[in-house]
Design a protein around this ligand. Structure first.
Ligand code: SAM
Length: 269
């Protein structure tokens, strides 16, 4: 078989480290859910996943069709593996979910140029229950950050709000990939609470809250809520006036937001 040249434009860094592959498999949620894999690439992770689960994969690179179809001929025949060729974001846009017949877990070594977007889409996909994905370490730290951490941002608040558990499974050095990326990577695990959803208004509210991350939170929020309204909410919730955006817990963000909405203070945009 011809050697495949990795394409930068598709974020192709193929995982070549068996120890990391095994760590992903060991950390896989134990349940009957299907697995969705975004970007099977040369199929190294796919090969492990199909040993345990039925897999639905999405791959944008048409040059990999032949290779994947040949490699997984048996699994495709017996429906252990379905591969959809095309841009996963377009499938999501069109179908709203990556698997419409029940719950699924997203397990993937993501293309880094769209990794944040993919995780946010998975948060909104009502059939996605668990997310276990490889991303840049810097992105992993943002999603997994806890209140008080320097990296705690709107992404950390969203993860805290939507999940019952979130953690870093393993940190992965550049040498584990071919070609090696410039930065460290990490696999993160997020278990979603399927009874929670993240409305757009809440996401917009958080965007305003973290607009200037080192300024006082109250300063950021007065761009969208009246000063008087905010003062009384701070008092009710016993929040200090000089608190900075990364110092407030996800649950207090939610409470402020709900009070703003309840008080009929439509958010100004
Ligand atoms: N799973 C393989 C592995 O672990 O070695 C490949 C991972 S590589 C980091 C990312 C994969 O995502 C590539 O196969 C790439 O072609 C694919 N990809 C990139 N953009 C995509 C998109 N918009 N939709 C679907 N797949 C995409």
């Amino acid at each position: 078989m011809e050697k495949v040249i990795a394409k930068k434009k598709f974020g192709q860094n193929f995982l070549k480290d068996n120890t990391v592959l095994q760590k992903i498999i060991e950390a896989m949620p134990k349940n009957d859910n299907k697995v969705v894999e975004i970007g099977p690439g040369l199929g190294d992770l796919t090969k492990e996943l199909v040993k345990y689960k039925e897999v639905i994969a999405y791959e944008v690179d048409a040059d990999l069709i032949g290779l994947l179809k040949e490699k997984f001929d048996k699994e495709i025949q017996n429906s252990k593996l379905t591969i959809n060729f095309g841009d996963v974001l377009e499938f999501w846009e069109k179908n709203k979910t990556l698997y419409g017949e029940g719950k699924y877990d997203l397990i993937a070594n993501l293309p880094y140029y769209i990794a944040t977007n993919i995780i946010l889409k998975a948060f909104d996909d009502i059939n996605c229950e668990n997310i276990m994905v490889m991303v840049q370490k810097e992105v992993a730290d943002k999603f997994i950050a806890e209140v008080g951490d320097r990296e705690f941002s709107a992404l950390g608040v969203l993860t805290n709000t939507i999940s019952t558990q979130s953690k870093i499974v393993v940190v992965v050095p550049p040498e584990s990939f071919e070609p090696a990326p410039k930065v460290d990577s990490a696999v993160i695990y997020i278990k979603k609470n399927l009874s929670v959803s993240l409305e757009k208004r809440f996401k917009d509210f958080l965007k305003s809250a973290f607009a200037s991350p080192r300024k006082k939170l109250s300063k950021n929020l007065t761009a969208v809520v009246s000063k008087a309204g905010l003062d009384s909410i701070y008092k009710e919730l016993d929040i200090k006036d000089d608190i900075r955006p990364h110092e407030l817990s996800a649950s207090l963000y939610r409470q402020i937001y709900e009070k703003v909405i309840k008080n009929g203070n439509e958010l100004r945009n």
